[in-house]
Design a binder for this molecule. Structure first.
Ligand SMILES: Nc1ncnc2c1ncn2[C@@H]1O[C@H](COP(=O)(O)OP(=O)(O)OP(=O)(O)O)[C@@H](O)[C@H]1O
Ligand SMILES: [Mg+2]
Length: 274
């Protein structure tokens, strides 16, 4: 669970509060959209929950970790328990696409053998297997964004925090990305996603938190009604493959389990161009 208790944030030197008196609970397994105008405080909300920023007052607890009292030395490990997509991507410029994603696994000590199987699979989920040897500067904005998404998914984090993960891709790709996040959510992952795209939000019928000038002005639950179910059924036809397999066995999902890259020719259909 993620819990904000009367949380306010004022950046050093700022005149106004970026966030004011936020009281929010997000249960394990929820899917939450966060919407609001530019400058409303959406990224600040996410940065507080990943302890990239510290609250000026109030208290935040994420999966039992109190972010007010967490020790500095424990922060990196806490962050690694999250799958984070930053609004500005934060890819490592001198690493290839493959290594940017692999790096997230290496820092938590994953064996290379497992990395070689997992990274191509996750890149195929975001339609980027063919770019695995490219560097970030050689990619379009949308492609960079999808690398950032792959990196956030690769460790099967229990919480995915995504700041505008569809901000740079076309509507079809946006839809597919949210579909993918929804599948992960159905498998138990908590997803918190900031977006400006109201059409997307309407399409998916999930909880929506609206922030305006630092305050939560509405928080509407998903309507788990018939329309939502109908939608899931319709969508599953095109995106069934976007389900992350159990942690132990990806081998069935990748074409050549030992090939780290360049295996798009005989890989399974991963969408993106249909
Ligand atoms: N590091 C910072 N120092 C000072 N002020 C900041 C800082 N980061 C954000 N702010 C201010 O806090 C407010 C909220 O910013 P935030 O980045 O959370 O907005 P946002 O809703 O994510 O906007 P956008 O949709 O443009 O990404 C803004 O007024 C912004 O100028
Ligand atoms: Mg932002």
């Amino acid at each position: 669970m993620i819990e904000f208790n009367k949380v306010s944030k004022k950046y050093d030197g700022a005149q106004f509060y970026a966030l004011k008196d936020i009281d929010i609970k997000i249960e394990k397994g929820e899917f939450v959209f966060v919407v609001g105008a530019s400058g409303a405080g959406k990224s600040t909300f996410l940065k507080l929950m990943m302890r990239e920023e510290v609250a000026s007052s109030g208290n935040i607890v994420v999966e039992g970790v109190d972010l007010n009292t967490i020790k500095n030395k424990d922060i990196p490990q806490f962050r690694r328990s999250l799958g984070i997509v930053f609004q500005d991507f934060r890819l490592i410029p001198n690493m290839t696409v493959y290594d940017n994603v692999a790096f997230a696994m290496r820092v938590i000590g994953t064996p290379e053998k497992k990395i070689r199987r997992r990274v191509p699979y996750v890149l195929s989920l975001v339609g980027l297997n063919e770019k695995s040897k490219s560097y970030p500067r050689e990619l379009s904005g949308g492609e960079q964004q999808r690398v950032a998404l792959a990196r956030a998914l690769v460790n099967n984090a229990e919480i995915i925090i995504a700041d505008e993960p569809t901000g740079n891709v076309d509507p079809q790709m946006s839809y597919e990305i949210v579909e993918m996040l929804m599948r992960l959510n159905e498998a138990g992952t908590t997803v918190i996603m900031v977006t400006h795209q109201h059409s997307l939000v309407r399409c998916f019928d999930k909880r929506v938190i609206t922030i305006k000038k630092g305050e939560v002005i509405s928080d509407t639950p998903a309507k788990v009604g018939e329309s939502a179910t109908a939608h899931i059924n319709a969508a599953s036809e095109i995106t069934n493959e976007y389900v992350v397999p159990p942690d132990e066995d990806y081998s069935a999902y990748v074409s050549r389990s030992d090939a780290p890259a360049d295996d798009a020719d005989d890989s399974q259909d991963e969408g993106g161009e249909n």
